[in-house]
Write a protein that binds this ligand. Structure first.
Ligand code: OAD
Length: 246
């Protein structure tokens, strides 16, 4: 049981627009590995060999092998209590926006309606030549998926050195500027430009609340921080809010 402060409840009661800015930590309890820290993916594998366009052109088989593995993990996972709570907030608050760095689609699967994906979506793929989109699962064969135009098909995710999708970033900036409460959930907040949204929200006087199992680079910016698992803490926010409404 986490103690949710009076101040948090008051802010939630007053808010018209709320943003949940999420990272890999929110999906950790769904069984999807995070990137940094002791058991993080980037501790064992090199991003420049897997999440990078040059690496893909050098060795598309290897990059595809890794993404097929990740697709499989994500396909078998389910939204957890944290994703579900964010979706449930839609019943009570006028505007609930999710801005996520995750590519796992779990927010949508949990029922969130406004979801901006800063780093793409692993369920989509596109041809590097003609940009045709593909949503089907590619079989786990040795063959590299190829478009009807002959171009290589790649996952629709943002790799290191690539730009973020302009429409998603633009909409996220707008939401960060206009929201009253900005939650930062399960992210180390070290990857830019995504993390800059936290500063945008702060500059525009949003009330900042962090949920993480440990302190992060941005904890000092927060109005309040709650340390523990997102799947345990977020349902407590909703319960406390509902209790206050009765
Ligand atoms: P990280 O792996 O950098 O950070 C995950 C954060 O989640 C850490 O701060 C953990 O302490 C926290 N965490 C772990 N389990 C948690 C739980 N159950 N509840 C709450 N917090 C928990 O992941 P991101 O910040 O998402 O980019 O990483 C940002 C980007 O770096 C990713 O989108 C990806 C990666 O390279 C691209 O692929 C472009």
């Amino acid at each position: 049981m986490y103690k949710i402060s009076e101040r948090t409840i008051e802010k939630l009661r007053q808010t018209k627009s709320i943003v949940f800015f999420t990272g890999a930590g929110i999906s950790a309890e769904s069984g999807i590995p995070i990137f940094r820290g002791k058991d993080g993916i980037w501790n064992k594998l090199k991003p420049e060999e897997l999440a990078n366009f040059d690496a893909f052109m050098r060795n598309p088989e290897m990059v595809w092998e890794w993404y097929k593995h990740r697709k499989q993990i994500i396909k078998e996972s389910q939204p957890n209590a944290a994703h579900k709570t964010i979706a449930e907030f839609q019943k009570y608050l006028p505007e609930v926006v999710v801005v996520t760095q995750n590519i796992d689609n779990l927010h949508r699967r949990a029922g969130s309606k406004i979801v901006y994906e800063l780093h793409g979506n692993i369920e989509r793929n596109y041809c590097i030549n003609c940009h045709k989109f593909y949503t089907e699962d590619f079989e786990l064969t040795d063959k590299i998926p190829t478009c009807e135009c002959g171009g290589l098909i790649r996952p629709d995710v943002v790799w290191f050195g690539e730009y973020l999708p302009e429409d998603q970033l633009g909409a996220s900036e707008k939401a960060a500027k206009s929201c009253n409460v900005f939650f930062v959930v399960g992210t180390s907040a070290v990857v830019y430009p995504a993390a800059s949204l936290i500063y945008t929200a702060k500059e525009n006087s949003a009330y900042l609340i962090e949920v993480n199992i440990e302190e992060t680079e941005v904890s000092r910016l927060m109005n309040e921080s709650y340390f523990g698992k997102a799947g345990e803490i977020l349902p407590e926010f909703l319960e406390a809010y509902k209790k206050d409404c009765r």
